[in-house]
Design a protein around this ligand. Structure first.
Ligand SMILES: [Zn+2]
Length: 469
């Protein structure tokens, strides 16, 4: 029973996951046990195994069998898949050792190895990620990407304490998760790639202890250490710790990481700045929707000291345009290590801006606080929007009659678009394009609404002895 399919998977394990031939018999036993199969006869692997870049096709017949035999219900398939993959993978410690050995010679190769292993083990699943609605906003000044996330969020039980805890390795559908350890500011942290892959090589760097984000100089220094860890190709970033700062979990200290080419990081300086106290810093504001101060230098002590000063000064800053009692201003942070220099992007944000608030009309597109992912130019929209946009399209192309009195999702968006169409219906393709363009524009407006008024920015920078060049 399933001899061919299991043999294929074992061969795949040897080809792609460094499964040792000596471990194959044991791996086969584990798979048989999961599938409640008594006998297994090894066979010659099929040719398709040699060209497989992820395990989905090879593991599919086993999952189908398990469902047909009622070994698992529909909600147990993901976990079973992870457990089958785990049977043909290296142990966490072995992956960790391989990563560390490679890292000591070539950082980039080590990350490439881990990413490749995460994809080939099925933990990061390109087929799953492709289910997200995702497009580039081509018409906009800076090309942000819109992502409607349809992947389920990681679930946790009472144990581990949260979805970032190390104990998740091996837990439920994370049986095929592999993390590696590293040293951040003398503490043990763990690193792994994210299943969501909102951006290229999206990863999570997490304190090995379930300990809260501290903020201040401590966080700034750890972020710089983390930038050292990820190396020249990557970036690390942190959400603000306040509730309206976009962070989902401040109880467990962590950073997000990714590949350097995000829309915001690709942007250059808009203006150059000079600090009296730190004249050697290369500094400027970034040509971006949000207010971003970018500065770089090779000296760890000096640059983290400056970053901390800038951030604390911003937290207490207020003027006639910003009502801040010390709790309203916050920052999102990005750090990179470029050509031996630490490069910080400090995004100045405030929930106390006195100008009229973003029109409530846009809240049906995105109501929650912007996270650093959004600010970087990967605008993540809620799951429900996927269906809602498809329905909205039907009103624009005339499939459904629009009636102002009937409550429909995205009513304000539909109304705006129908108005723009002069009350006429359009073709299905046009309707789709119109909806996408509208979402792009709304996201751009929401992003731009985070910007600090230029007069306020100038006044704030002056308090720190920083002026435009
Ligand atoms: Zn935790």
């Amino acid at each position: 029973m399933l001899d061919q399919e299991i043999s294929n998977l074992l061969a795949y394990g040897q080809n792609c996951l460094l499964l040792d031939e000596l471990d194959c018999a044991q791996a086969a036993r584990r798979i048989c046990k999961l599938l409640k199969i008594a006998d297994f006869m090894p066979m010659e692997a099929a040719e398709e195994v040699d060209t497989a870049t992820n395990p989905n096709k090879l593991v599919a017949p086993l999952l189908q069998y398990a469902t047909e035999q009622n070994i698992v219900g529909a909600d147990g398939v993901a976990q079973l898949k992870a457990e089958i993959m785990d049977a043909i993978m290296l142990k966490p410690s072995e992956v960790n050792d391989l990563f560390a050995d490679t890292y000591s010679v070539n950082k980039q190769k080590a990350f490439d190895f881990l990413y490749d292993y995460s994809v080939k083990s099925g933990y990061v699943d390109p087929d799953e990620c492709a289910k997200n609605d995702r497009w580039e906003a081509k018409e906009l000044k800076s090309k942000i990407e819109i992502i409607i996330n349809v992947m389920p969020q990681a679930k946790t039980d009472k144990y581990p304490k949260c979805s970032l805890c190390r104990e998740n390795e091996g837990f439920g559908a994370r049986a095929n998760m592999r993390t590696v350890t590293c040293d951040i500011a003398g503490e043990e942290w763990t690193y792994c790639y994210s299943r969501h892959q909102y951006f290229d090589k999206h990863g999570v760097l997490t304190n090995a202890e379930h300990t809260p984000m501290k903020g201040g100089l401590d966080t700034v220094q750890k972020l710089a250490n983390a930038a050292d860890f990820v190396g020249a190709d990557g970036f690390v970033c942190s959400d603000s710790l306040v509730a309206y700062g976009g962070a989902l979990n401040t109880e467990h200290e962590h950073f997000k990481t990714g590949f350097r080419t995000t829309p915001m990081l690709k942007q250059g300086f808009k203006t150059r700045l000079k600090s009296q106290e730190y004249p050697y810093l290369e500094m400027g504001t970034v040509d971006w929707y949000s207010t971003v101060i970018r500065f770089s230098h090779s000296n760890f002590e000096k640059i983290t000291e400056f970053a901390d000063k800038l951030i604390s000064a911003w937290k207490s800053y207020s003027d006639e345009r910003i009502a801040n009692d010390g709790t309203k201003n916050f920052v999102s942070l990005v750090c990179r290590k470029l050509n031996g220099k630490y490069c910080f992007d400090v995004v100045l944000r405030s929930a106390g801006l006195k100008r009229p608030r973003m029109a409530a009309d846009y809240e049906e597109i995105k109501a929650d606080a912007l996270s650093i992912t959004d600010i970087l130019g990967y605008f993540v929209l809620p799951n429900k929007l996927s269906e809602q946009l498809k329905t909205a399209q039907l009103y624009l192309d005339g499939t459904l009659p629009y009636d102002k009195e009937t409550k429909i999702p995205l009513a304000k968006t539909v109304e705006r678009l129908l108005k723009a169409q002069g009350g006429n219906t359009v073709s299905k393709l046009e309707a789709k394009l119109n909806i996408h363009d509208e979402v792009d524009l709304v996201c751009e407006k929401i992003l731009a609404s985070t910007a600090i008024d230029s007069t306020s920015l100038e006044q704030f920078l002056a308090t720190l002895g920083i002026r435009q060049m």
